[in-house]
Design a protein around this ligand. Structure first.
Ligand code: MIC
Ligand code: SF4
Length: 646
């Protein structure tokens, strides 16, 4: 039977279930990655499983999110992460070595393999023909222990690329163009698979920009073929042996086809506050700007920084602009330091940042009040930058660099952009893996170091058959995990759930914490009410774990995002969806809600009826749960479920 690339890889890895779109399957995971902000919990959970060594082909622990080290907490976390990794046979990429997705692509990604990462931008690996999926830390911990990863067998959308990009238009514009078509909702359980002649014109880092930001559409992952371009990237990384060819069969089937003529793509910008708010840059050309930030896992490759360095050569950043640049990896940083690119950037007045997530996660570089901040990363959610009143505009490195010089938005296709600087990417990259620590064969002498900020992950209780409680917050559509569990300065509490929980919904409702703990202390359930697409964005399981800690038992929403919904189930919180969305209007904050016979409904696959006692109305809620997920919920979460089975 002829197959697409996605199903070829899934078929090789499917251990539970059959490959039929929209059915649950369990797949073997070859590689895992974690980053520090989600990693501490993932390793604490892994430790609690009592498995002596990671069972994957390769697992890597990166430190890239939380590198500011204001206070002892981050440094303690880094120490814990290093010692726990080496104890359990996991490679450790030190802080300063770069952003997990960029480094993984350079040094470890392999076509045809599966990669599970505790970060939603893990699909970056799809640029190298991997099935690379973002998940909560607990799912990654289970995969490290040799357990399968469960997902809904996806529908595969074929994105056919024709032609070639014009000068000044780059991969970021392609993915923004796709976001304009697909938007940020309604794409769950799909894979975007690229094909067509245009694929050959894109390098692996350019493909990775596209698969990286594909995450913003909400799909499970995105994937490119593995071809001669992939081979030459691996050769440049001195890893040609890792190459295999991987293409879809000529008459492979897809659920849908979208054709994009690359030569017609124009420079694009995502306006505040959603990556799906995309318009051509031309529409806002001339608008004044205050800040430009270049970097992140979307746009920090050697290609991206080289083009920026060439555009800035001999120029100076506009006097009213702050320009900061963060290389994606130590390899990129070192290579631009050895040619004229880094000095071009410095001479142009750029502020050079560490190879880390930095500004992208709101770790520094918060813009001024009401700022217009132009950035090359992938998310522009309100407040994520650290300044609630600022608007973040997502663009390509080309648009960012030209705009930094001008002090206003410049459309790279306009005359003012000038001559396009041709760039040459070397055939061989500088290889130096000494910042990646390899675990010893005998780790018996390694002591795991834990600072005082590192607490045990809390565990839920078994599911109650009856719940009575109140609506603690009513929110609208597209609530992101940044709304639920802010990062930035709060990141240092990622390994301290008790403390981090104080900040749940901090910016939407500063009283949420008090309201929820008050209910919890009276043994009442805490409920959350939401519109469409609840839990967009990151994989941070803290957006489920901390609400669970505060007594949240169920969320009533019009729809949920994939990773967040899986995280809710993993921590024993019921994700319930309105059978009739208009009834969302019949519930308000403070309403008292009673739910009866939950277990019976789950067992018999019946809708769950919630009774709004305040409004005296019964509302039917649906759910889409496999038997495995129902059992996890009944057990009070995945850790309880695993322990029960052991
Ligand atoms: C993000 O880009 O939102 C993050 C920070 O990388 C998150 C992970 C986290 O919250 O730790 C993600 O994308 O999953
Ligand atoms: Fe880091 Fe930003 Fe990428 Fe998340 S999106 S991994 S915070 S660079």
């Amino acid at each position: 039977m002829s197959m697409n690339i996605t199903y070829k890889i899934l078929k090789k890895h499917c251990i539970v279930g059959v490959l039929e779109a929209n059915k649950e399957i369990g797949i073997k995971i070859d590689q895992t990655l974690t980053q520090d902000a989600t990693g501490t919990m993932a390793y604490l959970q892994f430790e609690s499983m009592g498995i002596p060594k990671a069972k994957t082909e390769l697992s890597v622990s990166y430190v890239d999110h939380n590198t500011l080290q204001q206070g002892f907490e981050n440094a303690d976390d880094h120490r814990y992460l290093q010692t726990v990794a080496l104890k359990y046979g996991i490679k450790f990429s030190k802080p300063g070595n770069g952003i997990c997705h960029q480094v993984h692509l350079e040094r470890f990604g392999k076509p045809g393999k599966t990669l599970l990462g505790s970060d939603s931008h893990t699909p970056t690996g799809g640029g190298m023909a991997m099935i690379a999926i973002g998940a909560g830390g607990l799912d990654v911990a289970v995969a490290m222990g040799g357990g399968e990863f469960y997902l809904i067998c996806p529908e595969v959308v074929n994105i056919v690329l024709k032609g070639r990009l014009r000068k000044w238009v780059s991969a970021k514009d392609v993915v923004l163009h796709i976001l304009r078509i697909l938007s940020t909702k309604g794409n769950v359980n799909k894979v975007l698979e690229y094909s067509g002649q245009g694929v050959k014109t894109l390098s692996v880092p350019e493909r990775a920009t596209i698969t990286n930001m594909g995450a913003e559409t909400g799909v499970t992952t995105s994937i490119f073929p593995s071809d001669e371009v992939t081979k030459s990237f691996l050769r440049a990384q001195n890893r040609e042996d890792d190459w295999i060819e991987l293409n879809a069969d000529p008459d492979a089937e897809y659920s849908e086809t979208i054709t994009i003529d690359l030569s017609e793509v124009v420079p694009m910008v995502a306006l505040p506050h959603s990556p799906g708010n995309v318009v051509p840059v031309k529409d806002i050309a001339g608008k004044n700007i205050d800040q430009v930030e270049i970097g992140s896992c979307t746009n920090s490759s050697l290609r991206d920084l080289t083009i920026v360095g060439k555009i800035l050569e001999g120029k100076i950043v506009n006097s009213d602009i702050s320009l900061a640049i963060a290389p994606g990896s130590r390899q990129v940083f070192s290579m631009i330091a050895k040619n004229e690119i880094l000095s071009n950037l410095i001479d142009a007045g750029a502020r050079i940042m560490e190879s880390a997530c930095g500004f992208c996660i709101g770790n520094g570089q918060a813009p001024q009040t009401n700022a217009v901040s132009v950035r090359t990363n992938n998310r522009n959610f309100e407040g994520r930058s650290g300044t609630k009143s600022a608007g973040i505009f997502l663009v390509s490195p080309e648009t960012a660099a030209l705009s930094a010089i001008a002090g206003k938005f410049v459309d790279p296709l306009s005359k003012s952009a000038g001559e396009f600087p041709e760039i040459i990417i070397p055939d061989n990259f500088d290889i130096d893996d000494r910042m990646i620590i390899t675990p010893p064969d005998d780790s018996s002498g390694i002591q795991i170091l834990r600072g005082p900020n590192i607490g045990e992950p809390p565990i839920n209780t078994v599911m109650d058959d009856k719940l009575i409680g109140n609506i603690a917050i009513k929110v609208g559509d597209k609530i992101t995990t940044d709304h639920i569990m802010p990062a930035g300065p709060r990141l240092k509490y990622r390994s301290n759930i008790k403390k981090y929980s104080e900040f749940v919904f901090e910016f939407l409702d500063p009283d949420f914490y008090k309201y929820a703990t008050n209910l919890r202390d009276k043994n009442k359930a805490v409920f959350i009410l939401s519109g469409e697409s609840y839990g967009q964005g990151s994989s941070r399981e803290h957006a489920a774990l901390c609400p669970m800690y505060l007594g949240v038992k169920a969320i009533f929403a019009k729809s949920f995002e994939r990773i967040h919904s899986a995280n809710l189930i993993n921590f024993g919180i019921l994700p319930l969806v309105f059978a009739d969305n208009s009834l969302y209007d019949e519930i308000d904050k403070n309403d008292e809600i009673e739910i009866l016979s939950i277990i019976e409904c789950l067992v018999n696959n019946k809708n769950i009826v919630i009774f709004n006692k305040t409004k005296n109305i019964k509302i039917e809620m649906k759910y889409s749960l496999s038997d495995r997920q129902k059992n996890i919920l009944k057990a009070g979460g995945l850790l309880n479920y695993i322990r029960k089975r052991q």
